[in-house]
Design a protein around this ligand. Sequence first.
Ligand SMILES: [Zn+2]
Length: 338
Amino acid sequence: MTKMPVAEAPVNGNSVPYDLLIRNGRIVDGSGMPGFFGDVAIRGSSVVAVGKVDGSRARRTINADGLVVAPGFIDHHTHMDAQIFWDPVASASAWHGVTSIIMANCGLGLAPCRPEDHDALLKTFIRVEAMPRPLLEAGIPWGWQSFSEYQAAFSNRLGLNVGALAGHHPIRRYVLRDDANQRAATDAEIEEMVLQLRAALQAGALGLTTDRNPRHAQEDGSPLPGHLAEDREVFALAAEVGRFGAGAIQAGGNPAIPPVDWYGDLSLHSGRPVLWQAINHRWSQPDQWREDLAAAARQFQRGARAYGLTFALGIESVRAMSPYTGGFEELYFQSAGT
Ligand SMILES: [Zn+2]
């Protein structure tokens, strides 16, 4: 740990007191520098001093001794699409220092959606995300059809930064209706899905998400819409993100052999970064992670931006840490105040 000198910006003269002084914390500022011990002074909505700061000039002081002081974290993989309506600060995330979340990963999403398809989209969430049906039925204030309208619906009272991707499942449901989880799409249907994706991107979607994880299923165990997509459909949608010129593609669970090359193909075809899941340690395949890392490196060698994601903890460890003895179901109901 190093001691940092005071570096104060000359804002409104030095006689103006700080509104908030966070003292004695271990500062990890996000720059990549090692952490260091010091104080952080805030005036208005700006950090104006970092280092050893005169505490007599602060209106309010927080003692952060023994704690880390850091900028807010970005959680780029969440499924808060519904929860954000009844929990606009995304409590479980905010409690852990997250100040920005990205929703609609893994192909899931709540837009676009026809009025008669509300239940169809609920079915995509219930099993994959272990979200109780009664909670979703009570907590989603349906009223939108387009991605743009959905975004407007969740944006009016947020307590943290929220962005949404465009999920493949709702787009496919919107275009193929009851056939969405029955069959491959026609050329005309793929074209219509591309138009729906374009509308979402133009409205602010941060990219496309899709999923072929065979362990994911609808509430009744039937396949999710995106699982019926052929490669040409997924690649056509990915190419649209490329044409748009911004946004990422998140994909998981592709059973193709070798699967990591498929993610690289998707990146090369679209020209966009692909985030794929996941490089994990599995006791059933204890050396698989070595092969996955090597395969990930191979993608960059051929010019693809295909980033393999991992978890800080095995998911079983996360569940074991939950203070909610009733598991995820109790967690959701408690966060909903029900
Ligand atoms: Zn996910």
